[in-house]
Design a protein around this ligand. Structure first.
Ligand SMILES: Cc1ncc(COP(=O)(O)O)c(C=O)c1O
Length: 358
């Protein structure tokens, strides 16, 4: 079976499985803020479209300056892009034919981008409880040119501390290895400690950030990369001109102003995560120890996770399969943390599944 490579766009999942898609669905497969975009974006939606008549600023100057201010980095260390996905694709091009290590399980686009550029790819697996064996990873650095690490990890939601990243970058810097840290979901993590200041000290560090998840704008496409000046210049040289459209640039500025929105989201995630995890433990489900807005789920009493997957799909509750995450091979389901009502709907269904399996 040709499973869809990513979450979201659930119509393709139902199509592959030859199932009728229920009229009402809740998509737990895309890890997008359930609050929707910030109020300022919703309020100015129609006026934002007036910028469609102009070519976008090819340097996204205002947004670059704003990100530079919030990250306390010179603007030469910032590049705005058409989503994290564009950044990953460009990084693949920059590292063509190099030796790449991917910390797995991980977002599949690192491998796709690197394969398209004839890289040699190897995997370093998180251990049993999805802890990262830092010294074990460092031991591989002699054999590689670049390492991809997602923090917090997608799909487990595990967060690796700043101290862990610092230890990795110290070792990477000594051996001339690039450490790419994808922080697509960093802003959902309560205990997050910024690693951007490390960029002033370490040239081999590259940080990828997405704005589509926290600000619920995946259709608009927006992200940025933080790295040393030369790396940013090299990326800019291969980025298509006008890559970031004018609506995205304006929306980015509105989103970044709204600190309360991010705080409110983290608060909601914290409460809901606690409520869901306590339900799962109480009902004998296993879950990953996530610090962010999604988690892995498994029913230890069911040999095949596909049965639970289909049970939920038939009810219009759409999980993310894990067949294309090396190390998981479909044994878990990934679920986004959504609004309280939506999470309750999921928990009711899981309760029914548990009762039917007793
Ligand atoms: C870990 C990770 N990085 C990057 C991306 C790309 O995000 P976007 O292109 O929407 O900014 C995703 C999307 O799901 C992701 O999960």
């Amino acid at each position: 079976m040709q499973w869809p490579k990513h979450g979201a766009n659930p119509q393709y999942l139902y199509e592959v499985l030859k199932l009728d898609m229920p009229a009402k669905t809740i998509d737990f497969s895309a890890n997008i803020n359930p609050l929707g975009p910030p109020q300022a974006v919703k309020r100015q939606w129609s006026s934002l479209l007036s910028s469609l008549y102009e070519y976008p600023d090819p340097f996204a100057t205002r947004l670059t300056e704003r990100i530079s201010k919030t990250t306390l980095l010179p603007k030469e260390n910032v590049l705005i892009a058409n989503g994290g996905a564009e950044i990953i694709s460009m990084i693949g091009q920059l590292f063509a034919r190099k030796r790449v290590m991917i910390v797995q399980p991980a977002f599949s686009e690192y491998e796709t981008a690197c394969r398209a550029n004839a890289c040699e790819i190897d995997y370093f697996f998180l251990n049993k409880n999805w802890h990262l064996d830092i010294e074990g990873l460092i031991a591989t650095f002699k054999e590689i040119d670049v390492v991809f690490l997602t923090n917090p990890n997608n799909p487990t939601g595990k967060y690796f501390s700043k101290a862990s990243i610092k230890r990795l970058i110290e070792a990477a810097e000594c051996l001339g290895v690039y450490l790419i840290v994808d922080e697509a979901f960093y802003d959902f993590v309560d205990e997050y400690e910024p690693i951007s200041p490390l960029l002033l000290q370490y040239d081999q560090l590259v940080i990828i950030r997405s704005m589509t998840k926290m600000f619920a704008i995946p259709g608009i496409r927006l992200g940025y990369v933080l790295a040393n000046e030369q790396f940013i210049t090299d990326l800019r040289a291969i980025q298509p001109h006008w890559s970031v459209n004018s609506v995205a640039q304006e929306i980015g500025l509105l989103c970044i102003e709204d600190n309360n929105f991010q705080k409110e989201t983290r608060e909601l995630m914290k409460v809901e995560r606690k409520r869901i995890f306590s339900f799962l433990t109480h009902n004998d489900y296993l879950h990953s120890d996530s610090s962010t807005n999604f988690y892995l789920l498994k029913d230890p009493f069911s040999k095949e996770s596909e049965r639970l997957f289909l049970f939920l799909l038939e009810k219009g509750l759409i999980p993310r399969h894990t067949y294309n995450f090396p190390g998981l091979e479909g044994n878990w389901l990934r679920l986004a943390i959504k609004s309280p009502d939506e999470n309750s709907r999921l928990m009711e269904a899981l309760k029914r599944w548990r009762e039917s399996s007793l």
